[in-house]
Design a protein around this ligand. Structure first.
Ligand code: ATP
Ligand code: MG
Length: 576
């Protein structure tokens, strides 16, 4: 059977120049286009995606990835993958590896341009020495607390540190000894010497190096001083010849500092920082710190728990790379922060799965249905359409026999008026097979229906029957395969769990019913060929994806998304 290939890439390959989109050009693309038209950087476009390897990527990162790689592809440029690994205390190779896997999964490729800020530590150090020689940096020996107090506030100017006027010689000596490991953490820092009364607090002599006696996952024990983000980022961009440094809005106030480093050092390559609104999604949290808490405290199964907004979680849940890319395209790129309804993500997912997911029959809560007028030893094979949206997907055969299983909720002994499915005396169609009429039930000692009896109507007879108002899915009991199915709901009960304004910890909003495990589900036999990651539509039930926890004879499926939005919210677009 052809699977929906959860890992397959049916989309835009490495970056998506294909297909003119009808969408208006966003302001980032407009800026890049203008720069190219004006011949800036000789018309060259080079972007980067710069994750810090301190967690797994989430759907917010996907927005940044699609933007950076997308723009590079659209302007015949390049996009680098660069690890911003300047804070060794929180970073790990586990994250370095998962991030690469996730970017590739999304369908993007950095070719041979995989970089690490830590590769530039020596060059950055040389730049720091250069700033000291220019009297544009100094070693400060105030404590972290004092530095904070001297910094002033938005309404009050800062105060110069008593160490601000150290001589170049003394600064060089101290900084070299900082590197040599002569001092304890926090004893000194290196600060840029800019303007203690700047209205922009980022310009009030920001720290650019600090002492951290921590082993680095790549440079090991080679360094005990590490550059701060703003310094490292600006320099790394310049070293790589990045033309457009696209980042999220919180860095807007850092742009003057970003520019100051490149200008002051006279770096040959200058980049334009452009800020856009980060993606926030309803009913989930997006900060790596919070996601890490969920993992560490065992509140989810791991980073790739199918309820997580991480890319590995979405992948395990059954999201396709194309659906994530389409979503990122649809939300657009804007300058205003907002929250996007997760229903839009699910809608985009359904659209994609509807087009590509093979249809199969599976029964989640089985009820035996016996066809009394069908011979016990007879088996018929009926052709079933694999995907009505895609004729090239062809058909498969499903086995039909006297003993079937149907969905428990498709039968009611005493149905209300609006219930059109199976009930005593009622006729329904069994998908791909025949019409059956319910003739009776068998109950257990507690009075619960355990068996439904029917007679089927051979072709000639069926024409005279009243029209069946429902078509049920089913599996043949002796042919079906057992499986566990995991149903997921939103991880949080409120739209904005990360908003801790009222002093409530985000974890208090966790949805206790976000995972329901169904044992004893039965699947049609063709699913015996499924492999982890394969996605299907279980007819009438939703989209499902085989979980890597599956073992021979013990399949596990995740519900990716139901056929319709059970939360029935209007899809609304608040960002961009
Ligand atoms: P978090 O706040 O979740 O820890 P981060 O911004 O610290 O995320 P980085 O690894 O530094 O994570 O992010 C890499 C890139 O992805 C940055 O350019 C950042 O601006 C971008 N990014 C991170 N989160 C989002 C988001 N929610 N929407 C869009 N872009 C994002
Ligand atoms: Mg960051």
């Amino acid at each position: 059977m052809e699977s929906s290939g959860n890992n397959g890439d049916f989309g835009r390959g490495s970056g998506g120049a294909e297909g003119e989109t009808a969408q208006p050009v966003d302001f980032v693309r407009a800026a890049v286009r203008d720069d190219v038209a004006a011949g800036k950087n000789e018309g060259r476009v080079c972007t980067r995606f710069p994750p810090e390897p301190n967690g797994y990527l989430h759907i917010g990162h996907a927005k940044a990835i699609c933007l950076n790689f997308g723009i590079a592809a659209e302007f015949s440029g390049r996009c680098n993958l660069r690890f911003d690994d300047t804070n060794p205390a929180k970073e790990d190779v586990e994250y370095v590896e998962s991030i690469q896997e996730d970017v590739r999964w999304l369908g993007f490729d950095w070719d041979d341009r995989l970089y690490y800020a830590s590769d530039y530590f020596e060059r950055m150090y040389a730049c720091a020495l250069e700033l000291i020689r220019m009297e544009k940096a100094y070693v400060d020996s105030l404590t972290a607390e004092e530095i904070r107090a001297y910094r002033g506030t938005l309404t009050e100017p800062g105060k110069a540190s008593p160490y601000r006027d150290r001589s170049v010689e003394e600064n060089l000596d101290l900084f070299e000894r900082m590197r040599a490991g002569e001092f304890d953490d926090g004893a000194h820092v290196l600060r840029a010497r800019i303007d203690m009364s700047s209205p922009n607090l980022n310009m009030r002599d920001p720290t650019i190096y600090r002492i951290r006696r921590v082993r680095h996952h790549r440079t090991g024990g080679e360094w005990c001083i590490y550059p701060m983000y703003d310094f490292a980022h600006s320099l790394s961009d310049s070293f790589e010849g990045i033309t457009h440094s696209i980042c999220t809005l919180e860095f807007e106030d850092h742009r003057p500092l970003y520019d100051w480093f490149q200008e002051t050092l006279g770096l040959p390559s200058r980049s334009q920082q452009i800020e856009f609104a980060r993606l926030n999604l309803s009913y989930t949290v997006m900060s790596k710190r919070k996601l890490l808490q969920l993992v560490r405290e065992g509140l989810v199964g791991g980073w790739d728990d199918p309820r997580m907004p991480t890319l590995c979680g979405l992948r395990r849940r059954g999201y396709t790379p194309a659906s994530v890319r389409n979503f990122c395209e649809r939300i657009g790129v804007g300058k205003r922060d907002g929250v996007v309804d997760v229903a839009l993500l699910e809608h985009t997912l359904r659209e994609d799965l509807n087009a590509r997911a093979p249809r199969v029959m599976a029964v989640l809560r089985p009820l035996r249905l016996i066809i009394d007028n069908y011979p016990a030893d007879k088996v018929e094979m009926f052709p079933a359409v694999n995907n009505p949206e895609d004729p090239s997907a062809g058909t498969r055969e499903v086995a039909f026999s006297r003993e079937l299983l149907i969905e428990r909720e498709d039968f009611m002994e005493d149905p209300p008026k609006k219930f059109f499915r199976l009930a005593p005396g009622r006729t329904v169609r069994l998908r791909y097979a025949c019409l059956v009429t319910c003739t009776g039930v068998v109950k257990d000692e507690r009075g619960e229906v355990v068996e439904v009896h029917c007679r089927y109507h051979p072709r000639g007879e069926a024409e005279d029957l009243p029209r069946a108002r429902a078509t049920l899915h089913w599996v043949s009991a002796p042919h079906s395969l057992p499986a566990e199915v995991r149903l997921y709901d939103r991880l949080f009960l409120v739209e904005n769990p990360g908003d801790e304004k009222e002093g409530k910890d985000f974890k208090t909003h966790l949805n206790p019913g976000s995972l329901e495990i169904l044992d004893g589900c039965r699947l049609e036999a063709s699913l015996g060929a499924a492999r982890p990651g394969d996605g299907f539509q279980f007819e009438r039930l939703g989209y499902f994806c085989m979980d890597p926890d599956s073992r021979p004879g013990a399949m596990v499926f995740n519900r990716t998304v139901a056929l319709r939005d059970a939360w029935a919210k209007i899809v609304r677009k608040t960002s961009a």
